[in-house]
Design a protein around this ligand. Sequence first.
Ligand code: AMP
Ligand code: GLY
Length: 424
Amino acid sequence: MKILVVGSGGREHALCWKIAQSEKVDKIYCAPGNAGIAEVAECVAIGAMEFEKLADFAQEKKIDLTVIGMDDPLVGGVVDVFEERGLKIFGPRKNAAILEGSKAFSKDLMKKYNIPTAAYENFDDPEKALAYLETASMPIVLKADGLALGKGVLICNTLEEAKEGVKSIMMDKQFGSAGNQMVIEEFMTGREVSVLSFVDGKTIKIMTSAQDHKRALDGDQGLNTGGMGTFSPSPFYTAEVDEFCKKYIYQATVDAMKAEGREFKGIIFFGLMLTDKGPRVLEYNARFGDPETQVVLPRMKNDIVEVFEACVDGTLDQIDLEFEDNAAVCVVLASEGYPVKYEKGLPISGLDAFKDKDSYFVFHAGTKFDNEGTIVTNGGRVLGVTATGATLKEARANAYEATKWVTFDNKYCRSDIGKAIDEA
Ligand code: AMP
Ligand code: GLY
């Protein structure tokens, strides 16, 4: 088979790496890809939002299956463009990707189908949002409705902060049109867990759990980022939590989407908060997590291409997902200053140390080849250094050891990825 992967981050590198292990696959293309992806796939200079060009390419190269890594093309309807041309593609159509694309939609869906989540109100008028805040208790959470690179959520401790937040989201349009509507919701406390799943429209199969570290600095300080590191499994995702989520959240979400005429095929990523009243949905994503994928896929035993095909064909009920009984930790190496301002184009050395090592991986996020063919930094999150181990502690020690193998100027990583493991 020939596979086309769309995206250019650490998630897509992990996907290409996993797809390359499938016996069904002869050739992988990635649009646009990065310097690490180029080791396992042929990179093609087509942007993720150039739907017609992507479909032309898939037609011309007789691609058997296209896999979309990122949220923007899914929410923008890339799957519909491919399907109209009879091209096989893994991911939700536009009318289902709205599960991630509109937080107001997802909150209304959860309310209508009794899926546990934080209490909330939706607003499209800033004056009404401001009036509502006067009666609300603090802290409170403000969410821009649309996609905002994971940055559209503000946690406000005081009424003043919350009012400023509403102004910046809805009036100053800090996140552009993503702030045409907003959700104001109850602040919850608890451990966060990311659960990825495969969905074929009616059947859902849950992958192993993971935990992300969204803030830029140690001790969960600093700004929210795309994610600074992950570990899998989460020791807090107990059998009891799993049972609750299976009963009230996972299948209920798939059934709700079907009942709304928005049959969901692809990945549903459940962002959960384990509150003292039980698990609650923080958010849905319609794609693999980044960097959750970098710890989940190295533990997955299945041929991922078979699972993708089962999702597209509606035969997921015939697949049993299997994961290794081990653990994985991913530490993101970023450029100092991320997520605000950072340099690009800095040469990276030491990458060869990962070659031929079964339990160490370096997934490239923001890298490219410069004119001389040297691998240089090309983004805020540069590399995801992942290691497996028999236990979470062992995996964490291995991952941190491997972060020392790579060097580039302004290299920065959090030193406390997986600290929660010690509290389990
Ligand atoms: P989201 O993009 O909706 O996952 O939100 C980003 C982050 O904001 C989450 O990972 C949580 O850490 C935090 N967050 C979102 N909603 C809430 C909430 N209702 N209560 C507390 N924290 C929240
Ligand atoms: N790591 C969180 C996300 O992919 O949204």
